[in-house]
Write a protein that binds this ligand. Structure first.
Ligand code: FES
Length: 164
């Protein structure tokens, strides 16, 4: 327990500090805390409040890896790469109903949604089910290195094929 004399405060460890020194230390400590809080607030205020997402452009590899008349689903990118007689194209594989990932059913030549039964043609047109819209076509091009690139964030008109 601290004992206070006229100008000195006696701490339990018997270290005497005078009143002026005590209040100077308290004041400096309070200023330090206030400065730290202000710096933390300023850093939070000045740093951009954005959500960093991966690029929407996906490298789908060499065209030769897609046989003619194939439909290939990239589960991670959520894209179908389709190699048809007319050329290559990319479809968004996310169902336009409630966002489930669709799958290619070769036995029925249909892209089917497992959630509520929507079905689409290979070109993304709706055949049946509750989906309100066809599957969107995505911009596709061939890079300088000869690889198929797809921009998931860029929908295009249907029936624009990439010929390699
Ligand atoms: S999410 Fe595809 S049919 Fe409902």
């Amino acid at each position: 327990m601290a004992e206070e004399t006229k100008d000195r405060i006696q701490t339990p460890a018997n270290e005497a500090i005078d009143r002026r020194e005590f209040f100077v230390k308290m004041g400096l400590g309070s200023l330090g805390l206030a400065a730290g809080g202000t710096a933390a607030f300023a850093y939070q205020f000045l740093s951009p409040n954005v959500l960093y997402e991966p690029s929407p452009v996906v490298n789908m590899g060499k065209p030769e890896s897609y046989p003619l008349d194939s439909v290939t689903l990239d589960v991670d990118a959520r894209i179908f790469v389709i190699h048809s007689q007319e050329g290559f194209f990319g479809l968004n594989a996310v169902c336009t109903h409630l966002g489930c990932l669709t799958a290619w059913k070769p036995e029925t030549q249909t892209i089917a949604c497992p959630c509520h039964g929507s079905k689409f043609t290979r070109e993304g047109l709706k055949k049946e089910g509750p989906a309100p819209k066809p599957l969107p076509w995505l911009r596709m091009w061939v890079s300088d290195e000869g690889e198929l690139m797809v921009d998931r964030g860029n929908e295009i008109r249907a029936m624009q094929f990439v010929r390699v």
